[in-house]
Write a protein that binds this ligand. Structure first.
Ligand code: GAL
Length: 982
């Protein structure tokens, strides 16, 4: 028995297992995993933005195949908690399942579980019910801390269970996000979060994500002056340099890449971080950017602005700065479906990320794959410090960051334009004192580009003296090493490898010249990057080396899955060796070649045997192309029969609102209040936190009642419709836009003559609530009220007069007590049709009128269109099918109307015709039934004027491949389950 076990036994009387050893540690350079310095190359994924859990695996596999070793996830408190004390972690909220999948797919995980996340989420991820707390959020207010503990007591144990060495692959954990207010109250709050995580069993190093490299919450142990100390072990920050697209939706030059480590402020002290004792850590680095209501549709441009070239320059600058933990935000953006979006964003959260919203790999993913494979191939990169400057001849427009690993003396030469946002042409010579001697070599840079070169590297069992080509990856294949290098097509390249004696060089393919210098033992290879050259080098007292030298496109065709090299198909998900057979799984989007280097004789692709031949470079090559997907035909929704019903009966004077909540007297803790003495009409006080909310106000008509002035909170591009006795008086829309959308408004409406006639009248108001503000600045902005804030009637001279209005309110059926738990708190608001279950697939709409969509006419208020369609996507194919409204080429319509899109009961987005820009709404498989019947319900809200009605609606294919992961439709209740008495 060990001493520790004996002590445990002595102190408790029973044998207890000693806690497993901490497998994640760090020093000032990097994390150490099981003692091994490890560079963390991560990208972000939000499970709540892809409500089809089987597809989480698709994203994780695509990230892994794109070269990442880690995934960072935000977890959205509000997504799991509709009501204080009520939590759900099942179905689309099954975080335990996601963490298991990440482990199965071989990815490390960084968890970022709030309590506050920001993330362009309504309330920044706070639950709806939290806005009713008087205490200030993100402070040490006891009521707030109690709420936070409630959440953390649920989520922390799930995280604890999936830590590396304790059942999963979580290596780091974030406790707060961009807490830029640093009073003693926040210090106590941070300590509380830290202590709670530790008490709940989280043992991995923890961090906070600083909004920029400000030095807020630098670990106490850092003894750095002028910073606010935090309780966590690591200091991390985020950054979004690189510019934004212009108003013309064209990429801009942006600013040069910042030096946020070794070459920046404080870097001279030797650290790559504002916290010299901890590793350089970018918890978020912009890999795209979000888009806002009213834009011209920036995502394609955002993908280019932070696309090829940007990635090499900016991520490369970070690596050269010794940032050994880097996470790209977003790896996959996804969809802010239902009422998830904060007022700043619309439904699509594509973000211009490497994996687009429809789950296609953008071209930039292929460049990421090259960077990621390189980082994985050279573990020496985890520990970098500055090396002596190099000499650059022939151009002033170039800079070279020269770094070394203190243990191995391996060198990184990061070659970038100077300044790094320059895009000219440069040809130059680099001379450097390298571990194997002083060498000069020529290089070039054209346009937005940079190169990560290595020198003095033990590459498998070979010695690389230097190379002007970039190393992509290596494998060891029995006695042979294989190394893949690449360069820009048409550019000359050279590399030197070291041998004890002249090796035998056989050029199998391509044009590669070689010479050997016996004095130094240098084998020098020269070539032009074009296609894929293949060279075998044998002898020279080293194991044989197969050298593959490609142009960029050839390099990008390679995957390195499970220790093998594969090339050809659009995606290789896994490579599993079973005896002498290799089982490959992956995707093709067209008929594709296949070539594999691995210790096998035969290959199966997605379960089918592939006839192969062996090439001169000892790879296996498929004799026939891998099959392409079949063509996919989608039903024509304009030819379909639709069912139609009017859906704003609340406006009618005789509408039965006896079940509604009386509004007025609830406690008001909102940041914006009505004038003293007026009732509290804010929807949140009555438990209605998401989506549309209806009000009905009874008052006695009077000659004075000439105008109604309404102060409302409707969020970004939100709206108010006001009715009197069943007739629309008018509507008021809020503008979207950056940097901050307008989220509240004051509207004045002239009242029609009915208001001036004696007797009871009913004002009815519908507020389309487009999200609560985030709490970015720790000012309780998420408590800005939603719905009506105040209503006053005025006479002809504009003087308001006291008239009692008896208000009632109705939002989502059940309020915080969800009727539809599976679809959850962000799915439904309070439209009549939503309350009646008209969104649900098996609702019987047979009594509704039947029509073709082309015959639709605008209606004053909200009207509903329902149809069904069948899909039969072949079983071995993956697709993302979307719904398009109107003309995809224009971001806005001439008409003024908006649509909530319900697919099989799921609110998959909002189209606002006159604001835009989103017209195409991807619907993930699992929500959409790819083999079976689907129900589409559209809630169209309009003022009823000519032209303000639904435009043509069609289904479009946004992603299509042969392959994919297997997807089961998400289990959800039916109309009969939710409305048993109907
Ligand atoms: C960061 C923040 C993220 C997200 C991002 C912009 O500053 O931490 O949550 O809001 O900005 O997409």
């Amino acid at each position: 028995m060990s001493v520790i076990a004996a002590l445990l036994l002595a102190s408790t009387g029973t044998a207890q297992a000693a806690p497993p050893p901490q497998r994640v540690t760090f020093d000032r350079y990097s994390l150490r995993i099981d003692g091994k310095p490890t560079l963390i190359w991560s990208s972000e994924f939000h499970p709540f933005r892809l409500p089809s859990p089987d597809l989480w695996r698709d994203i994780l596999q695509k990230m892994k195949a794109s070269g990442f070793n880690t995934v960072a996830i935000y977890i959205d408190w509000g997504f799991h908690s509709p009501k204080k004390g009520v939590y759900d972690f099942s179905g689309i909220r099954d975080i335990d399942r996601l963490l298991t999948m990440a482990q199965e797919e071989g990815l490390y995980v960084i968890t970022r579980a709030g309590p506050y996340v920001n993330a362009e989420l309504s309330r920044g991820g706070f639950p709806g019910w939290l806005v009713n707390q008087p205490g200030k959020a993100r402070t040490d207010d006891p009521e707030y801390l109690a709420a936070v503990d409630e959440w953390l007591s649920h989520i922390n144990p799930i995280i604890a269970k999936h830590q590396l060495g304790r059942g999963g692959t979580i290596i780091l954990h974030q406790i707060e996000n961009e807490l830029a207010l640093t009073t003693p109250s926040q210090s106590r709050y941070m300590q509380h979060l830290y202590d709670k995580a530790r008490a709940d069993g989280i043992t991995v190093p923890m961090f906070h994500n600083d909004q920029g490299r400000n030095g807020y919450w630098v670990p106490k142990s850092s003894d750095v002056s002028l910073t606010v100390p935090g309780p966590q072990e690591l200091y991390a920050f985020d950054g979004y340099p690189g510019g934004v697209c212009g108003v013309d939706n064209k990429p801009t030059k942006g600013a040069p890449a910042p030096d946020w480590g070794l070459y920046g402020p404080g870097g001279a002290k030797g650290g790559a971080s504002a916290s010299p004792k901890t590793p350089g850590f970018l918890a978020e680095f912009g890999g795209g950017w979000f888009d806002y209501w009213g834009s011209n549709g920036m995502y394609p441009c955002n993908a280019i602005q932070r696309g090829s070239g940007y990635q090499r320059v900016f991520y490369g600058t970070n690596i050269a700065n010794g940032i050994a933990i880097q996470s790209i935000y977003m790896g996959y953006g996804g969809t802010s479906w239902g009422w998830l979006p904060a007022p700043v964003v619309y439904t699509s959260y594509d973000y211009g990320s490497a994996i687009d919203e429809a789950r296609n790999l953008r071209p930039k993913a292929l460049e990421l794959k090259q960077i990621g494979q390189f980082l994985a191939a050279v573990p020496d990169l985890a520990r970098l410090e500055k090396a002596p400057p190099v000499t650059i001849a022939g151009s002033d427009a170039v800079q070279v960051y020269h770094d070394r690993n203190p243990d191995t003396d391996m060198r990184l030469l990061f070659v970038a334009p100077k300044p790094s946002n320059a895009t000219g042409d440069a040809r130059f010579t680099i001379t450097a004192d390298l571990p194997d001697g002083r060498y000069s070599f020529a290089s070039e840079l054209h346009g937005r580009d940079a190169k990560l070169l290595v020198a003095g590297l033990n590459l498998e069992r070979q010695r690389l003296v230097y190379a002007s080509s970039e190393l992509q990856t290596t494998i060891r294949r029995g006695t042979e090493d294989v190394a893949l290098f690449y360069g820009r097509a048409g550019e000359p390249g050279e590399m030197v490898l070291r041998y004890a004696s002249a090796p035998k060089v056989t050029v199998i393919e391509g044009q590669v010249a070689s010479s050997f210098d016996p004095a130094k033992g240098d084998l020098r290879l020269t070539y032009v990057h074009q296609g894929l050259a293949r060279v075998r080098i044998e002898g020279g007292a080293r194991p044989p080396l197969l050298l593959l030298i490609g142009d960029v496109a050839a390099g990008q065709s390679f995957f390195r899955q499970d220790g093998l090299l594969e090339r050809g198909p659009a995606l290789v998900r896994h490579a599993v060796v079973r005896g002498s057979t290799l089982d490959l799984t992956g995707d093709t989007d067209t008929a594709a070649p296949l070539e594999v280097w691995g210790p096998v004789r035969s290959i199966r692709w997605n379960g089918q045997a592939v006839p192969v031949t062996r090439s001169a470079s000892r790879s296996l090559i498929a004799k026939r192309p891998l099959p392409a997907p079949e063509s996919l035909t989608l039903p024509d929704l304009m030819a379909a029969t639709w069912r139609y019903a009017e859906g704003s009966p609340e406006t009618r004077p005789d509408f039965d609102d006896s079940g509604w909540t009386v509004a007025g007297s609830a406690r008001n803790v909102a940041t914006v209040r009505p004038p003293t003495g007026q009732p509290n009409l804010g929807a949140d006080a009555y438990g209605f936190h998401d989506g549309d909310v209806w009000y009905r106000g009874r008052f006695q008509g009077s000659a004075q009642a000439k105008t109604a002035t309404i102060h409302h909170g409707a969020g970004g591009a939100g709206m108010l419709q006001l009715f009197l006795d069943g007739k629309l008086i008018g509507q008021h829309e809020l503008a979207g836009g950056l940097p901050r959308p307008i989220t509240t408004g004051v509207a004045e409406f002239a009242l029609p003559p009915e208001a001036q006639t004696p007797g009871e009248h009913v004002l009815a108001a519908m507020v389309r609530v487009n999200g609560h503000n985030w709490d970015l600045d720790v000012d309780d902005a998420h408590k800005e009220p939603r719905g009506l804030i105040s209503v006053s009637l005025a006479d002809a001279s504009g003087d308001s007069f006291a008239v009692p209005i008896a208000w009632k309110i109705q939002g989502r059926a059940g309020g915080e007590d969800l009727r539809d738990v599976a679809r959850g708190p962000s799915n439904n608001g309070g439209l009549y049709g939503e309350r009646m279950g008209w969104t649900l697939p098996d609702f019987a709409d047979g009594a509704w009128s039947s029509m073709k969509l082309a015959d639709a006419t605008p209606y004053m208020g909200t009207s509903w269109y329902r149809t069904t369609f069948d899909l039969s996507v072949p079983k071995n194919e993956d697709a993302t099918i979307g719904l398009q409204i109107g003309d995809a080429k224009t971001p806005r319509s001439p008409g003024r109307y908006r649509v909530l899109i319900f697919v099989n009961g799921w609110n998959m987005g909002q189209f606002v015709a006159n604001v835009g820009p989103q017209r195409v709404f991807p619907i993930p498989e699992g929500i959409l039934h790819h083999r079976g019947r689907n129900t589409l319900a559209l809630a169209v809200t309009s003022d009823g004027a000519p032209g303000n009605g639904i435009e043509p609606v069609r289904l479009v294919t946004l992603h299509h491949a042969r392959g994919g992961v297997s997807v089961t439709d998400v289990a959800v209740p039916t109309y009969r389950d939710l409305y048993p008495s109907h």
